[in-house]
Write a protein that binds this ligand. Structure first.
Ligand SMILES: [Fe+2]
Length: 366
């Protein structure tokens, strides 16, 4: 059933047959001890005999950015984590399984996907401890999902090819023929691209957004599979700049070569729309088979050290301003951000994909 598992599924958790009274008393003592431990989320490891059960996670994030976090959770709690790294297929899988729910938690790199599931009744609200550390703009009204790290749309440029002063300062300028062939974008079906275009629809309406998509597609020097391809190509000087999420800039800075890159946070001027922010976060799946462990995970991931881990692995920036950002990274308080609440992304998710295709930008590379 799993395309990829962090650890193999447990074989059996239930034993049958009658037990002597002494065993029942022992069991009660163990349960009491477990309850005491569970009352403070994410602390001392439990011994295997306590059998804290499992947690099934579907993740759309890059596997590299999730595994260390899940291993830490497993180490902290003793709960066996089974992870399916389903990429862009996670949302459809959760929808398909709605009558036979398999997953407890969905980790997403796009709030639009989380809100899309919530609107369709596939997420469950709750009140995990620590959720108030996340600004209400970055969580669902019922906390059925909350964001942990920000991903902001920026223009990363090669400083050997262009200066900050020469760079475009707005997203609209990518339609200007001046830049023909000089920049790279991703395919239309990339989750961050979909969310970005949803924000443009919110700001500009569909006609102007369609015009932007068609012109940018025409102007782009390359349309690439993912942002990793763009950052490497810009770093190598194949293009002057690329439209990426901010953490790709921080990733490129760490490369041993091809690292002479700069970043522009677009639309920062008075009256301009501000940089478009999306986020990565987690959602609680309705009917989660391991609901208690899912609750433990939510409270655990909201502990500051784990919020930090969630963001740092990918070099994103924590949403919670009291959690320190990685070195040199601008926090979302440092620049003008687009005013749209992230929950707006959910309703337009399907419509945006249609608009992208209709405007001539393919969702997948051909
Ligand atoms: Fe990414």
């Amino acid at each position: 059933m799993f395309e990829s598992t962090l650890v193999p599924p447990r074989v059996s958790r239930h034993r049958s047959g009658s037990r002597p009274a002494i065993v029942i008393v022992t069991t009660l003592i163990v349960l009491l001890a477990m309850a005491l431990l569970a009352s403070c989320a994410g602390d001392a490891p439990l011994s295997p005999s306590d059998d804290p059960g499992e947690l099934v996670i579907y993740s759309a994030r890059n596997e590299r950015f999730v595994d260390a976090l899940l291993e830490k959770f497993q180490g902290d709690t003793g709960i066996t984590v089974r992870a399916l790294h389903a990429g862009g297929g996670a949302v459809n899988r959760i929808i398909e399984e709605s009558r036979n729910v398999q997953a407890d938690i969905f980790i997403s790199n796009d709030i639009g996907a989380l809100e899309h599931l919530r609107i369709n009744g596939l997420l469950e609200g709750s009140e995990p401890e620590g959720v108030e550390t996340i600004d209400s703009r970055f969580r669902a009204d019922d906390n059925s999902w909350f964001a942990l790290s920000a991903r902001t749309r920026v223009l990363m440029y090669n400083q050997d090819l262009i200066t900050a002063e020469e760079m475009p300062t707005t997203i609209w300028e990518l339609t200007d023929p001046t830049w023909a062939g000089q920049f790279a974008i991703t395919r239309g079906g990339n989750g961050s691209m979909i969310a970005h275009i949803s924000a443009l629809r919110y700001e500009w309406g569909d006609a102007r957004t369609a015009e932007w998509i068609a012109a940018v597609k025409e102007n782009a020097g390359a349309i690439m599979e993912g942002h990793g391809d763009i950052r490497r190509a810009v770093g190598a000087g194949e293009f002057a700049f690329g439209l990426v999420n901010n953490y790709y800039y921080h990733q490129q800075l760490l490369e041993p070569t091809d690292n002479n890159v700069g970043v522009i946070y677009p639309d920062q001027g008075e009256g301009e729309m501000g940089a478009v922010v999306n986020a990565a976060g987690v959602g609680l799946i309705k009917g989660a088979p391991n609901a208690e462990n899912a609750q433990r995970f939510l409270a655990w991931v909201l502990l500051p050290e784990n919020q930090r881990e969630f963001s740092y692995a990918s070099m994103e920036v924590p949403i919670n301003p009291t959690v320190q950002a990685i070195g040199q990274a601008a926090t979302i308080a440092d620049y003008r951000t687009h005013a749209m609440p992230l929950s707006e992304l959910g309703e337009v998710f399907e419509g945006t994909k249609e608009l992208i295709e209709r405007s001539g930008l393919d969702l997948e590379l051909r």
